[in-house]
Design a protein around this ligand. Structure first.
Ligand SMILES: Nc1ncnc2c1ncn2[C@@H]1O[C@H](COP(=O)(O)OP(=O)(O)O)[C@@H](O)[C@H]1O
Ligand SMILES: [Mg+2]
Length: 241
């Protein structure tokens, strides 16, 4: 299987209330169709790493950051960051990556259908039957004309997944997508998503602080080590293969 993400010595530092945080990635290789979990305590840098993988956050430095979406040429993202090619970076992100946030991030004043179609609009893709068929697979086809506020938390996360997949990206990133749901609802939703991404040959990376949940789903877990922890604050965290 071809390699989708290849990272070497990626570093990102943040300053939080005078307490620093440093994320280190000595080496990560993620292959097409892999289903990966980023597991670790709150504050260990899962969201930071996901934002970097989503090309939404620039690292301070990297020796290598290559992204090769399915059936596409390899993109030297490290070079694009160095040269500040924001348009190109945002184009790659919009086309190839779907991102689900913990709280879904749905726009409350748009209907479910309009929320789902947003990524397609951004890419000038036709508004065709695909929204309905994807919504059916995700079990939310009866909710398409409602506003998100009228849905249950579980239904909203189903919509968030549907939206993240509506433009048919080959990479799906999800940041604690079921953390606010009860375990049974969470398991049901993840089962549907897992089956869908398998069928669509999607590479998926999910952040979670819930080990039991992740191990049950049989994902490849990236190693995470919080090296310096004081009073619960993580100063330095390393993720690697
Ligand atoms: N926008 C930001 N600006 C500065 N520091 C941040 C920002 N977002 C997160 N951090 C800090 O970076 C560290 C890692 O946070 P995060 O990636 O959100 O961890 P996790 O998702 O594993 O809980 C924390 O110390 C957090 O306070
Ligand atoms: Mg987080």
């Amino acid at each position: 299987m071809s390699v989708v993400y290849s990272l070497k010595n990626v570093v990102k530092s943040r300053l939080v209330d005078k307490a620093g945080f440093r994320l280190q990635v000595p080496s990560i290789e993620i292959k097409q169709q892999e289903n990966i979990a980023l597991v670790g305590h709150s504050g260990c840098g899962k969201s930071t790493l996901l934002d970097i993988l989503a090309l939404a956050l620039h690292p301070d430095s990297q020796d290598e950051f290559l992204l090769t979406p399915k059936d596409q040429e390899s993109q030297d993202v490290g070079f694009l960051w160095k040269k500040k090619k924001q348009n190109k970076l945002s184009k790659i992100r919009k086309q190839h990556i779907g991102y689900v946030l913990q709280q879904g991030g749905l726009l409350p004043y748009l209907t479910v259908r309009e929320n789902i179609e947003l990524p397609r609009r951004l890419m000038n893709l036709p508004q065709d039957d695909s929204t309905r068929s994807l919504a059916r697979v995700m079990g939310i086809h009866r909710q398409l004309d409602k506003l998100p506020g009228l849905l249950s938390a579980g239904e909203r996360q189903r919509v968030a997944f549907t939206r993240a997949l509506s433009h048919r990206p080959s990479i799906l990133l999800a940041d604690e997508p079921t953390a606010s749901l009860d375990p049974i609802t969470a398991r049901k939703i993840m089962a549907v998503v897992m089956e869908l991404v398998k069928g669509l040959n999607i590479t998926m990376i999910t952040a979670s602080h819930d080990w039991a949940h992740v191990y049950k789903m049989d994902l490849r877990v990236l190693k995470q080590e919080a090296e310096v922890v004081e009073d619960g604050h993580v100063y330095q965290s390393t993720f690697t293969d």
